[in-house]
Design a protein around this ligand. Structure first.
Ligand code: 4AD
Length: 431
């Protein structure tokens, strides 16, 4: 039995005879030599066969084998800096597992609709593989940062009886005769947990029935949310800043190959260093007016406002103290001007816009109760949430970061649809 390896492992096996499993990514021929590019998920490998070195049936199979057929190749590893990836296989054997039908996704350009319809196959292309690998590394960086900072992971429920982020974007379902909603955020469940454990976070899928088709919105997206007892707005801002710097530097460190495939200008990401500018909402509005926006003071930023504002900066900016009227019911008012909320949105540079939303939470029972009523929310469904303000209440706060928007920014993609394996978008549930 030959030593079975993956492409990624080959570099340490120069001169050895090995075998690899994978799919035919590409092939070409010239005279008496055949080239087959194998992909196995870990990388791409050029396999070379000369007519004199392989049995005739192998040479013939190299001519017949179709793209995306599944195969096992055998051969001798050769370190060769001229080969793509610096290593090549002198092929001696080829076993066919399945001859693929004509692959619908070719090397030519395809429209987005076609690619989305064939997302299950599109995943195999080199750009998509690179994006999914970066996504996986970002998820691990998210988890590691909070694990190493002493946070406890709290899994919040997906089926919930109440809204966290407004009632207009709820996905409703029936829960044995009761109304239930898919979670928009784990935050409300983290607040009680931080009173038990101090520093907590959750990370999972969240759902918003956003009736808008934009390059930043998904119906189902993954959000990581930390929540910290005794933390105010400044602590929340410092935490999100430190966290983002750590995630970006880890991706630069661990994903250089993927960044190359994606043609990402990483010099832009290298500028993501502390401190991030902290800009009050009212100053951001003034700046936007100077840049030609007609945003009214008091309105939340639209996607275009975020784009033009963040194009002015080389690192994320923290816009804080938005008018309370455009923000969620649970945000603590600014003691210096109660019309403002102690909240922050972190906007990514290069036009990527909001990736983080956070705030200090209302810790006073009666104020929270009046906000729940003002927002027309059912008080009964929030009794448990109000309870937290009855037993040793303290100021506390946290934020939520959207995974897909982070992936889009770090990979340099202009739409979130490629940042998640199976995007759920307006009117698209297939595959
Ligand atoms: O600003 P949001 O709505 O904040 C919350 O949900 C808070 N409860 C979080 C907290 O304080 N614990 O959402 C947070 C982030 C946004 O900045 C964005 O990155 C992402 O979640 N996000 C979306 N991503 C993709 N598609 C959507 N429809 C998104 N909505 C929000």
């Amino acid at each position: 039995m030959l030593h079975k390896l993956t492409v990624k492992e080959l570099a340490a096996h120069d001169g050895e005879k090995v075998s690899l499993d994978g799919w035919v990514y590409n092939k070409r021929s010239s005279g008496k030599v055949r080239f087959l590019i194998l992909r196995d998920g870990s990388g791409y490998l050029q396999c070379v066969a000369f007519v004199r070195d392989v049995p005739p049936e192998v040479f013939d199979l190299m001519d017949r084998v179709t793209l995306e057929s599944s195969v096992t190749v055998e051969g001798t590893v050769r370190i060769d800096q001229r080969a793509p990836g610096g290593v090549e296989l002198s092929l001696s054997g080829l076993v066919l597992h399945h001859m693929a039908e004509e692959y619908p996704i070719g090397k030519k350009e395809h429209g987005t609709g076609f690619l989305m319809e064939n997302r299950h196959l599109w995943l195999r292309s080199s750009r998509q593989v690179a994006i999914l690998r970066v996504r996986s590394e970002i998820e691990q960086a998210f988890r590691d940062y909070f694990y190493q900072s002493g946070f406890t992971l709290i899994d919040s429920p997906i089926l919930t009886p109440a809204a966290c982020e407004g009632t207009t974007t709820l996905f409703q379902t029936d829960y044995f005769g009761e109304k239930a909603y898919l979670s928009q955020s784990g935050q409300l469940y983290l607040e009680p947990a931080c009173m038990a454990l101090g520093k907590v976070y959750c990370f999972g899928p969240t759902f918003r029935a956003e009736k808008s088709k934009t390059r930043r919105h998904l119906m189902e997206f993954w959000m990581l949310e930390p929540e910290v007892a005794f933390a105010g707005l400044d602590d929340v801002m410092a935490l999100s800043e430190d966290f983002l710097v750590s995630v970006v530097s880890r991706i630069l460190d661990r994903c250089p190959e993927e960044m190359k495939i994606l043609e990402r200008d990483t010099s832009k990401l290298e500028k993501v260093q502390k401190p991030f500018p902290r800009v009050q909402y009212k100053d951001a509005v003034r700046q936007l007016h100077e840049l030609g926006s007609d945003l009214k003071y008091g309105d939340d930023f639209g996607g275009d406002d975020e784009t033009i504002l963040t194009q002015q900066y080389d690192r994320p900016i923290m816009v804080h103290r938005y008018p309370a009227a455009v923000k969620a019911f649970y945000m603590e008012p600014d003691p210096e001007d109660p019309s403002l909320a102690l909240c922050v949105d972190v906007l990514a540079p290069e036009g990527y816009g909001e990736i983080v939303g956070g705030s200090e939470r209302i810790h006073d029972h009666d104020l929270l109760l009046s906000r729940i009523r003002e927002h027309g929310l059912p008080v009964e469904a929030f009794q448990w949430y109000l309870d937290i303000r009855r037993y040793g209440t303290v100021k506390h706060g946290g934020f939520g970061i959207g995974l897909e928007r982070t992936v889009a920014w770090l990979c340099g993609l202009n739409h979130v649809r490629e940042t998640i394996p199976y995007p759920r978008m307006l009117y698209r549930l297939y595959p």
